[in-house]
Design a protein around this ligand. Structure first.
Ligand SMILES: [Zn+2]
Length: 164
């Protein structure tokens, strides 16, 4: 894994994103090891799909990603199969809030940030917003994320901490 360079910064909206909220809603955190998948589309056109395995087994919590990435320039296909660790914190109202531990290695160091969403930016691997240096679309658009943050149960200020 390495660092990618971009001619322009990607926005969160352009990326394929997976959130712990999605996994939670689809019962992937309800125990044991669960298999699943996810599709993305843009303007009605399918832009990608992945398979994954989620383990909430005590002491071995992870999400394993399995997908094929096609290089935009060379059309070369790469089979990806790797894990990102999962972590959880107790919820105020009981239960657990789950987090991804960003698995990206930047300049020889594992990111290890605890995040609620991982993005497939310009690279082959899922990583956090910070690693991919993502930006949000216009400030007008950023209000869209106020709602997302509310749904995540965090304030905009906390969210800023999460994504910094
Ligand atoms: Zn990261």
């Amino acid at each position: 894994m390495g660092r990618w360079s971009y001619s322009s910064r990607w926005t969160v909206e352009e990326c394929k994103t997976i959130t712990t909220k999605f996994l939670n809603e689809h019962k992937y955190f309800d125990g044991g090891v669960r298999w699943g998948g996810m599709n993305w589309s843009r303007n009605g056109e399918k832009t990608g799909s992945i398979g994954f395995v989620v383990s909430t087994v005590e002491g071995d919590e992870y999400i394993r990603f399995q997908y094929t990435q096609t290089d935009r320039n060379t059309d070369e296909k790469t089979e990806l199969d790797y894990k990102a660790r999962l972590d959880w914190t107790p919820c105020y109202f009981g239960g657990r809030r789950w987090w991804f531990i960003c698995p990206l290695v930047i300049n020889g160091r594992v990111c290890n940030r605890r995040v609620g969403s991982l993005h497939l930016g310009g690279g082959k691997y899922f990583g956090c917003r910070h690693c991919y240096n993502l930006t949000y679309e216009s400030s007008k658009e950023s209000h869209k994320f106020d709602r997302v943050f509310r749904e995540m149960g965090v304030t905009a200020k906390q969210a800023k901490e999460l994504f910094k």
